[in-house]
Every structure is written in structure tokens, then in C-alpha cells.
Write a protein that binds this ligand. Structure first.
Ligand SMILES: [Zn+2]
Length: 105
């Protein structure tokens, strides 16, 4: 069940909204429970993604969204590389040891 945290821009109240489906989230009109303002900012909840064994092809759509919204270019690039180019054509870029500067510690 999708669950999102929001902050009201008017009164800074924070609350969590739950939705039965992603479609209901898309169509929902949210209001601050404190002041009834519609000026809400969705807070990005951290989704735990194990760094050692990232396989973005197995992520749920919510997890992918979380990676995108994190703004981290490394994970985002890696996700697109795996999800977009991983269907057999990308053999040339398979040297996985030195490609990702984030995880090369
Ligand atoms: Zn409010």
C-alpha cells in the first residue's frame, strides 16, 4: 500500500497519507489536516537499497522513483544503465569494476 509523507507549506505540519493504490494517489486531492491548505510538499522517504548488490531491474516502481528523486547521479545513471541497456546489447560496457565511482571504495 503506497504511503507518502507530506509537509504543509502553509503551517509546516507533517503528516502521512496512505493510499489503496498508486492510481488513487494520482487522483487524490490532498489537504493539510491542520489548516486545510492544498499547498503540500511531498517528502521523499528513504527506501533502503543495499549498496553492495544493487540490481535496479528488481526494484519496485516506488523504489525507482525514490532513486530518481534522490538526485544522486551515480545511482540514477546506474539504474538507467541496468534497466534501459541491459537487454543483451551492452556488452561493451560490462567492465563493472571501475565504472561506478560511488561504490568503488
Ligand atoms: Zn497546514
Amino acid at each position: 500500500m503506497p504511503e507518502y509523507d507530506f509537509r504543509c507549506d502553509a503551517c509546516a505540519h507533517r503528516f502521512t497519507a496512505r493510499f489503496k493504490t498508486y492510481a488513487s494517489y494520482d487522483s487524490a486531492t490532498l489537504r493539510c489536516p491542520e489548516c486545510n491548505s492544498g499547498e503540500l510538499t511531498r517528502l521523499i522517504s528513504q527506501v533502503a537499497i543495499p549498496k553492495a548488490n544493487r540490481d535496479y531491474r528488481t526494484l519496485s516502481s516506488q523504489e525507482m522513483l525514490s532513486v530518481l528523486e534522490s538526485g544522486e547521479t551515480g545511482p540514477v545513471d546506474e539504474m538507467f544503465r541496468q534497466v534501459g541497456g541491459g537487454s543483451g546489447a551492452g556488452a561493451a560496457e560490462s567492465s563493472s569494476d571501475s565504472v561506478d565511482p560511488v561504490d568503488s571504495a
